[in-house]
Structures are given as C-alpha cells and as structure tokens.
Design a protein around this ligand. Sequence first.
Ligand code: SF4
Length: 403
Amino acid sequence: MDIEDIQSQRDYYEHCRQVHHYSPAINKILNLSESYIPDAEKAYKEGKTKAIWSGGVGWQVPLIYACDTIPVAYGEMGRLSDKEAMQIAEDYYQFPVETCSMVKCTVGQWHLRRNTSTINRILGNSSACEPYNLAWEIMKREGYDVYNNDVVYRGPTVEGKRLEKLIQFLVDEIYDVAEWLTGSRKIDEDKLIREIQRKNRLLNKLKTVLELRRKHPFYVRSLATIVMLNIGLNNYFGKPEEYEAAIDLLIEELENKPVDEKELKKVIPLVWAGGTGQEFGIYEAIDQAGGALLGLRSVPFKLYREDVPPVESLARWVYDNAGAGAGVYARNVLEHEVDKLNARGLILYGYIGCSFASVDREMWRKYFHAKGIPSINLEGSFQTGAPTGQVITRVKAFVEMLS
Ligand code: SF4
C-alpha cells in the first residue's frame, strides 16, 4: 500500500507492516495491537476471561492482571472510531463540540456497545481529566458498572511525612479498587508480586530496545515505536506472554543487525512529549523528513520497588514517576531523555480541547527554549482518517529545519 492510498488508521497499520517487512518482531507487535480490543471482547463474550475497560497505565495494570482480569485500554477505541462516534457524543449526549476528541470517541464507542453482551465495567481514574469524569458519570446512567478512584496528585514540593500520607492514601484506594474488581479487599500478593516482576522485566527489556535503537534509529519507525511503548508496554495488548516474546525477538533482531554508520550520521533524534494521538500521518511525516522518535515522555523508566510490600510498591511508583501530577515530574523525564539522546528537537503534542495539557506544554516549551532545545507545539484530534495537511507540513518543516 502506498502512502497516498491511506484513508484510515487501519491503512496506516498495513503500510507500517510493509515498511517493516524485514522484521517479524515488529509485525507481531502491530498484529497484537490491532487484535487487542476485538480479541479481548471476543474472549469476554465467550466467557473465557474477565475483562474491564480501563485507562490502563501505571499501578492499575499489574493490579488488574493480578485479579485475573484483562485491562482493555479504552483509549485504543479511538482507532476504531469515525465521525459517527464523535457525533453520538455531541448530538446524543450534548458534549460541547470543543470537547477533547479522545473523550468523544470513547463515549461514542461505549454508546454503541451499551446493552450488548460485551465488557460492561469501566475503571476510571479521577486524576485523568474533567471531560472523562463527565463521560464516566454518563456511562453509569447508561448501565455500565463504573468505578473511579480518587485524585492522585503530588505537588512539586511534597516530600517527607506529607508524601508518606499520600502513599498511604493511595494504598487504601488500591484496596478499594481490588474490592470492586473481585468483591474482596484481599489481594493475592503472590500474583501481584509476579505482575510487578513482569513489569520490571519488561521495563528493562524496553530499555534495552531503546538503547539498541540508538545504534539503529530507523529500524523501528515512529508509529511502531508509539504502539510498542505506549499501549504495548503499559497493557501488553491483553496478551502479556505474546508481547514479551515479540520484544525478545526484537532485541535479537536489533542485536544481530550490523551498524550502518551512514544512518547514524543523518539521523535527527527527537523526543515526543505529550499524548500520542491517532493522527498517524504525523508519525509518517516525521519518518519522511528523516526524524527518529528515540525518546518519549510517556514511557516509564523507573522500576517498581521489590523491597516493599507489593501494594505499597504500586503506590510508591506512582508518586515517584512522571504521572505524579505536577508538570515538573514529566518535565524531568523529558529533560533526562533530551540529554541522554542529544535530541535535536522536541515534539509537543496534545489534543484540541485539553486545557490542562496545553498549560503543561507551554511551560515545557519555555523551559526547553531557554536551554536551546527547539520544539514544535502541535494540537490535533483523536478522530480517524488522514491528519490535516497543515499539521503535516509544519511537522516536516520543523524536522527538516533541524537537519
Ligand atoms: S487529552 Fe486532555 S481532555 Fe483529552 S482525555 Fe486526555 S486529559 Fe482529557
């Protein structure tokens, strides 16, 4: 499939498979991503597994797997959406047109599934955002079983006793979520320890992949990078063993590939900061202009502690990582990535209608500008189809300027 023929996100996947024809590992990762939601819904309907919709990041995922349930990332439904899903949110539920398109797509998809035999439980997270809080309230009325944990937020100066109090608060919240998931506050600690070990093992393996990519910057192109790290590393596409096997294979492929010095001379290392939307054409524009996304803000780098009880380990990881709340924690991750990779530029991306992320992006833009790191600040949408030509032109011009 040629790039000009692409009409939908599925087409981008097909194109991405062709681009990576040399890599069985990347093809496996793309297949796992594409089949994630349909396979989880099918297994659930056939009674083979328990499954819930969830944001699917951070502490939730090891806990959900430890409760013998598959976390199905509702954000992934954007890829299955079209204008109809958005319109349901706007016309039927009266979401203002300027509401973030990620939320509208998700609402439209849940609407289409209500009163069917598919997954009917939603684990929200009140820290996420106001439009999603509204979406969850509405879905309760539509018959979904919805549970939201309370806000998780660590201010920039919170340390010592105040931090310990926050950790204890989140520990209690985690037990509440377990009760909602299983009907009991008892958590199988052995299972949770195994999930934490799995997460740490995969974090280390992905660190190896990222290191190897510095020698082979064009082996995993931008879309595949986002898919592998964003949903893959967070949720394992609902198939942990298969995901890990694909990562092992990718490490093998990268280790066996000879280094191409010419490639290393021409690469433009970039760091992606912000949400990773469904406008796959942006990733294509980066590739075409000679950029390589070698660092991402959303990739967790810190390991979960294995020297404390497992529930406490989940809570400590949240407050010790990029998702702690205040924008400075994510900025620290970005700075670490920029310095490590000698990145030439930063791509700041967010969704139209997301007020809090736009404030973060503006703060980061100023901070990195003062450090002499150029950035481009993009706003896009979550809907499917090709991105606007204007966004692509800006991305290409930015990357080419850095060359
Ligand atoms: S991009 Fe912003 S508004 Fe949209 S779902 Fe995320 S946090 Fe909410």
